[in-house]
Design a protein around this ligand. Structure first.
Ligand code: 13P
Length: 254
């Protein structure tokens, strides 16, 4: 059985001390979490948050890293630097990185390689724009994003990888994909994975949904067969909302 996973992507919000207060609030309300819980704060917060989180069940990740391992890349941060600051995972290919910073499948493929070299858990983000959905191309777009990012890797190397399906039109818009739309895409992603890496790998891979997840809609989304949790933006910045989403785990009573 796949362990339910809920992750908070803080994006470019909070200063380090505010981030510390937020994790303290999350930790004090978490109780006995039945889910795997991650936070992805800005990189400036990693060192500060690593210590309180190390004593807790909550894992820490970074939102982005350079595609190169090291070198003359002013302003960039390598995966190994982020790991040294406490990161255990990395978001790869968030739509904001693809759209605002022009990250291509080739670059994401290199980031995935860096991430696996350093033994960090990769969270590969995929998702179509509204235009792509309206033209009926959404499934092909997502398939292509997965194929480009994972090219050259085998299923064994990608065992720890988590996929986050985040339709671009649902991010920060308040417009959530319906449980049917989300489930349909998640089942498709699992089939793509099965074709590439085999049925057993596809059964094991966790596929998160992201895009306007809130306490009010989390349980219904997470109750879908192929939705294994969520990647939460705005609602992860309020401890109470994030905790309610964490607790909306359909397997909680099993
Ligand atoms: P929102 O939950 O704010 O829509 O953001 C989703 C997201 O982009 C998480 O990575």
């Amino acid at each position: 059985m796949r362990t339910h996973l809920v992750a908070g992507n803080w994006k470019m919000h909070t200063h380090p001390k505010e981030g510390l207060a937020l994790v303290q609030e999350i930790l004090s309300g978490l109780g006995k979490a039945e889910s795997e819980v991650w936070v992805f704060p800005p990189a400036t917060h990693l060192s500060l948050l690593a210590e309180p989180l190390a004593q807790s069940p909550v894992k820490l990740g970074a939102q982005n890293a350079a595609s190169a391992a090291q070198g003359a890349y002013t302003g960039e941060l390598s995966v190994s630097m982020l790991k040294a600051c406490g990161a255990q995972g990395l978001l790869i290919g968030h739509s904001e990185r693809r759209q605002l910073f022009g990250e291509t499948g080739k670059v994401l493929n290199q980031k995935l390689e860096r991430c696996l070299e350093e033994d960090l858990t990769p969270f590969l983000c995929v998702g179509e724009t509204l235009e792509e959905r309206e033209s009926g191309n959404h499934m092909e777009v997502v398939r292509h994003q997965i194929e480009e990012a994972t090219e050259g890797f085998d299923g064994e190397a990608l065992q720890t990888l988590v996929i986050a399906y985040e339709p671009v039109w649902a991010i920060g818009t308040g417009q959530t994909a319906s449980p049917f739309q989300a489930q349909e895409m998640h089942a498709f992603i699992r089939r793509v994975w099965a074709k590439k890496f085999g049925e057993s790998a596809a059964e094991k891979i966790r596929i998160l949904y992201g895009g306007s997840v809130k306490p009010e809609n989390a349980a219904e989304l997470f109750g879908q067969t192929d939705i294994d949790g969520g990647l939460i933006g705005g609602a992860s910045l309020k401890a109470a909302d994030f905790l309610q989403i964490v607790q909306a785990n359909p397997h909680y009573d099993l």
